[in-house]
Design a protein around this ligand. Structure first.
Ligand code: TRH
Length: 427
């Protein structure tokens, strides 16, 4: 589509830089790539995405070649390799003469040389720290708060830049969740012909013919961190009366699959297993679009981290969320905050909340699964209502664009250079 006809383009910043550093796993890069693509596709923006881990990014780009390059154009986005321990070279730095918005994803710390470029411009680009998703009240309270940062533009001269915290979240007063245009329509399309979508996608990935014909077959996707809880689920599925098909994308869950099945090596994509009531297909790491389709065609999705958790909510099916473990069990507090929003007081809600709690303590969930499974039809209706609620809230890209239109709360020294001796006290 020609960029000039994009519906969202009016008055949206047209030049963005996003910095991303991989901690581990795929979430940080997954979110940044998704957002960069959306800003380009829907707002016509020129987006420069800086990623420190080319290997992790490669998972999202399919066959596009990254190895051996430090800058690659892919689907309209400029991808740059950076390292937190090295300066950015002068030619790449030139990008920051044009950039209107700098997004520092998950507090990855923009390099000093970039900050200097930003501080030398008048007005400087907008600067946001894109934070992790949380339903906790403090996250909403901190959304869009500005933190003044002093940057030395030349020897002895400092300038204040304002970094704003941008918190994704649920509902008004937060930054919202990433939701590309047409996402819910795509789910509706896949689900309108569920049997056909299942057949087409899963058979192309190695599912034996006829496996989907089984009556009352429950389809699950399993994207988890390894642990006892996952193994206990596989045990429960195996012994349960009704058949279950477990779809496992390549990754950490395969360690539990191998342990449960007594395999000496990790199974490969396309391999299938059948034991008791459990059938299992190992999937390759899917593209983000294919992963959405997988979530759409399953009856219940086991997800983790941040991005797959959000995507499963948009799919409109019951989900089990495994949080990225944090120090002092901070992730359990985060889970409770979401459960307060998501779950009511029905028996089905209680079964789900109880399952999540034990799942996140990595306990044996065998019995709990047998209790949860009959509640899935009720939870399905609730998941659909939740999906509609999400659709009624502004999405993250739109909230970011809106935030750029609004002024930052003024600070006493706004923008003027001042000598070191006059440095104001910064919080
Ligand atoms: O990989 P994760 O565990 O990432 C986590 C979280 O982001 C967490 O917040 C962060 O602190 C930690 O990393 C370091 O789970 P997450 O967030 O679900 O990210 C997975 C990404 O991979 C997501 O974008 C969906 C995508 N994906 C695919 O594209 N294809 C696949 O086949 C699968 C299974 C996932």
């Amino acid at each position: 589509m020609p960029v000039s006809f994009l519906p969202n383009q009016t008055a949206a910043p047209q030049n963005w830089a996003i910095f991303c550093a991989a901690i581990d796993n795929f979430g940080d890069i997954g979110v940044c790539w998704r957002l960069a693509s959306q800003l380009h596709r829907e707002y016509g923006a020129r987006v420069h995405l800086w990623v420190d881990d080319w290997n992790a990014l490669q998972f999202f780009l399919g066959s596009a070649a990254l190895a051996g390059y430090s800058r690659v154009e892919h689907e309209g986005v400029s991808l740059h390799h950076w390292s937190r321990t090295q300066d950015i070279d002068a030619s790449s730095l030139a990008v920051f003469e044009q950039v209107e918005v700098v997004l520092e994803a998950f507090a990855c710390a923009v390099p000093d040389c970039v900050l200097q470029c930003m501080a030398n411009r008048s007005p400087p680009p907008r600067w946001f720290n894109l934070e992790y998703l949380s339903a906790e009240d403090w996250a909403r309270d901190c959304h869009l708060l500005a933190s003044p940062q002093s940057v030395e533009v030349e020897r002895g001269t400092l300038r204040l830049l304002h970094k704003q915290f941008f918190f994704p979240g649920f509902g008004d007063g937060t930054g919202g969740l990433i939701r590309e245009s047409g996402l819910l329509d795509r789910h509706a399309g896949w689900q309108a012909d569920l049997a056909g979508t299942r057949q087409q996608m899963l058979c192309s990935l190695g599912l034996p013919p006829g496996w989907l014909d089984t009556e009352e077959l429950l389809l699950l996707s399993l994207f988890t961190y390894e642990g006892r809880a996952t193994r206990s689920l596989l045990g429960a599925l195996e012994e349960g009366g009704a058949p279950a098909l477990c779809l496992v994308p390549c990754g950490r869950s395969l360690k539990d699959v191998a342990a449960h099945l007594g395999l000496q090596t990790l199974p490969a994509p396309g391999e299938v297993f059948e034991r008791g009531a459990l059938r299992l297909l190992v999937l390759p790491f899917l593209s983000q679009g294919e992963y959405d389709c997988l979530l759409s065609l399953c009856d219940c999705n086991f997800v983790r981290g941040e991005d797959s958790f959000v995507r499963a909510q948009y799919a409109g099916h019951p989900l089990v969320w495994q949080l990225y473990p944090q120090e002092d069990n901070a992730h359990l507090v985060k889970m409770e905050a979401f459960l307060r929003l998501y779950c009511g007081q029905s028996a089905a809600d209680k079964a789900l909340a109880t399952f999540w709690r034990h799942w996140n303590l990595d306990e044996d969930c065998r019995e709990l699964w047998h209790y949860l499974r009959p509640q899935l039809p009720t939870l399905q209706r609730q998941a659909r209502n939740w999906q509609q609620k999400l659709a009624s809230w502004p999405d993250l890209a739109a909230s970011l664009v809106q935030a750029c239109r609004e002024p930052i709360a003024p600070s006493p020294t706004d923008g003027e250079p001042y000598g070191l001796a006059e440095t104001p006290k910064l919080k």
